[in-house]
Design a protein. Sequence first.
Length: 70
Amino acid sequence: MGLFYIIPLVPSISVIAASMMLLAGRSLGHRILLVLLVKALYVALVLLLFSLALVVLLFLQQTTPESPLF
């Protein structure tokens, strides 16, 4: 189940690497691709933050002791 939360990290790493390679390009095609890659990076980071928030919520739900009823 832990692998499910790592999956959104993989696209963001590949997008960062691809955008760094395209920074050296000066043609219009490279600039358009760079804009698309930055948008894809934004989506990947949002998915990563959402999955991390889900992991934290699930972890807190499992570790929170139930309140004793006196």
